[in-house]
Structures are given as C-alpha cells and as structure tokens.
Design a protein around this ligand. Structure first.
Ligand code: GGG
Length: 323
C-alpha cells in the first residue's frame, strides 16, 4: 500500500535536515510518495501568509507529515499543522546515546505532551500598552485523551504526571485529576510531581523518571531541558499523533546561527523519520534507522554540535551507508 507523505521543511535548518531525512527514507525504498510544501517566515515575507492553505490541506490529507522547523511564525505554522493532523499528543523521547558526550548519560525519558491547549490555545490579548493577558485552557476531554494514550503507551508500567496544580488549581488541578482518574480506571499506576521540582530532580537523577505526561507548555520546556541532559537539541525527535494521521518533527527550531552552513545535526529529524516509519507499520525499517543513527552517533562522523567537524551530508551518508 502506498503512503502519501507531506514534506514541509519550514525555515532555517529545517531546509537542511528534512531533505536529509527524506534521503534516508528513500534509501529504504518504502512505498511512499513525497509531496513537498512551503511554510514559515520566508513564505510569509514573500506572500503575506506563513501557512498557505494548500500546505494545511496537504498535511490534513497525507498519511503522515515530516516537518522541519518554524521560526518567528511558529504560532502560525506548527500549531495549525498539529490541528491539521488532529494531534492530541506530542511524543518526545529524550534519550542519551552511547559515545555522545552527555551531562546525564543515563537519561532515557519520554514526554507525552498535551498538544492542543494550555497556554498555547491562542487566547492572548494586549489590553493596553501596559497590560497583556493570556487565558489558559484545560479541558477534561483533552486531558482524558492524553491519559488514554499514556495508558496504552506504558501498559501497566505506569507514568508520572507533571503539573503545577498547587498554583494553577483549576487548570492543572483538572489536568492532574483527570489523568490520574483515567489511569486508575485502567489499572495503570501513576505518580505525580510538581513541574518545577521535576526540573531539578530530572537534572540530579533522570533515572527517577520514565514516561512523563504533562500539559502543553510544560512538555515543550521540560523536553528542551532534557535535551540539555543528553547532548543537545540535535538529538530529540518527536511525533504529533492524531486519530487518523500524524506529523513528525525534530524538537529543535530553526537554529538561525548555523542555518545555511550545511552543518546542522540531522539526527533528530532522521529519528523522527524512524518514528514515522514505525507509525506506518514499517517496524523493521524503523529499527534499522534507529540502529544506523545509534552507530553513527557512537562512531562518527559527528556534526559540530556534538564536537565533530562533519557536515549534515557526511552524517546523513554515514547513516545511509549503515542501512
Ligand atoms: N520543529 C520544532 C519547531 O519548529 N519548534 C519551534 C517552536 O517554537 N515550536 C513550538 C512548539 O513545539 O510548540
């Protein structure tokens, strides 16, 4: 069966790492057809629109989307794209790899980030020159959907709920109570941690945690923090999962400081492509990509963010050679 893959590189290093991941997918020769579309800062400057209608429609109809990075227009690009695939959870694994210099080499975590609401729901206003406000949204239905996914994801092993319900009593209180009660109904163990305490505890000993379910902003911030523990943002993939389709993207942004130089680390996007393969039931191919990335990270070549001097193309070719 042929799968339609939407390819949206976006801005900055997205233009470099997404083609690298497509090269890896093409080397595996799955039955994919790739259709590329534009989005981001550059398109907005050109056309006045950061997310053209045809790009939104492509993501909304493709079996899966591979996205790169969004810059200043992130709120106009990645948030609607997640909506296009009806995504309710952003799965963000943060894992240290053998051979990569990491602050905490024992780190092996997965963040399950609520993907539709919280402070990213878009209810922000500038009331006066002095005052800006933001309405934070939490619904029982979105919290329940995340919790149901978390229960399937971990089986009976359990997961941690990170929140700040001692301060945001209504919003995070509803999130915590709903997630905990769904897990209880399904016989899945949970524990809970205040998200600020989590930030400290995960730095001191990341082995205390395994799978962490969290509200939208917390998931965004805490996964970037975990990237710092494993050697940088160049290593963190993600999957935005919906009921019918999904969008895969590296956790990193556009990296304007290195964009255009051909030295961006493609690992996060190539691991995201492996998650895409897994999602479309190409399990063997996904395992092969994970193994090829791991051995390339261990033995080199490596890009400058990991202390090497290789280019994006060198690393991509080394991964393809290992496949
Ligand atoms: N590929 C990740 C990316 O483009 N990040 C930019 C960003 O600001 N994302 C916000 C988010 O992940 O919610």
């Amino acid at each position: 069966m042929t799968h339609e893959i939407a390819v949206i590189p976006g801005d900055g290093i997205g233009q470099e790492v997404v083609p690298a991941a497509v090269d890896v997918l093409e080397a595996l020769d799955p039955e994919f057809t790739f259709t590329e579309a534009e989005a981001g800062d550059a398109v907005e400057t050109e056309t006045g629109e950061a997310l053209p209608e045809e790009t939104y429609e492509l993501a909304a109809s493709a079996d899966a989307t591979l996205f790169g990075a969004a810059g200043e227009t992130a709120a106009d690009v990645i948030l609607p794209l997640r909506e296009a695939v009806d995504s309710f959870v952003n799965v963000r694994p943060a894992k240290a790899y053998p051979g990569v210099d990491a602050v905490r080499p024992e780190t092996d975590l997965v963040f399950l980030r609520e993907n539709t609401e919280g402070v990213y729901a878009g209810h922000e206003d500038r009331l006066t020159k002095d005052v800006a406000t933001l309405t934070r949204v939490t619904t029982q239905s979105a919290s329940r959907q995340l919790a149901e996914f978390a229960c399937e994801y971990v089986d009976a092993d359990g997961f941690t709920i990170a929140h700040k319900a001692n301060v945001m009593r209504e919003t995070d209180g509803l999130f915590r109570d709903t997630v905990a009660s769904v897990a209880e109904e399904r016989g899945v163990a949970t524990d809970e941690v205040l998200m600020d305490a989590f930030a400290t505890r995960v730095c001191l000993d990341p082995t205390q945690f395994d799978v962490v379910a969290c509200p939208n902003l917390a998931g965004d911030v805490l996964s970037d923090l975990a990237a710092g523990l494993v050697g940088g943002l160049g290593l963190l993939p993600s999957a935005n999962i919906g009921e019918q389709r999904a969008l895969f993207e590296p956790v990193h942004g556009t990296a304007p400081d290195i964009a255009g130089r051909g030295v961006a680390n493609p690992a996060a996007t190539i691991i995201s492509a492996a998650m895409l393969l897994e999602y479309l039931d190409y399990g063997e191919e996904a395992d092969a990509v994970h193994a090829a990335v791991e051995s390339t990270l261990a033995e080199g070549p490596r890009t400058p963010d990991l202390g090497g001097d290789a280019s994006t193309a060198d690393v991509t070719n080394a991964i393809i050679d290992r496949l």
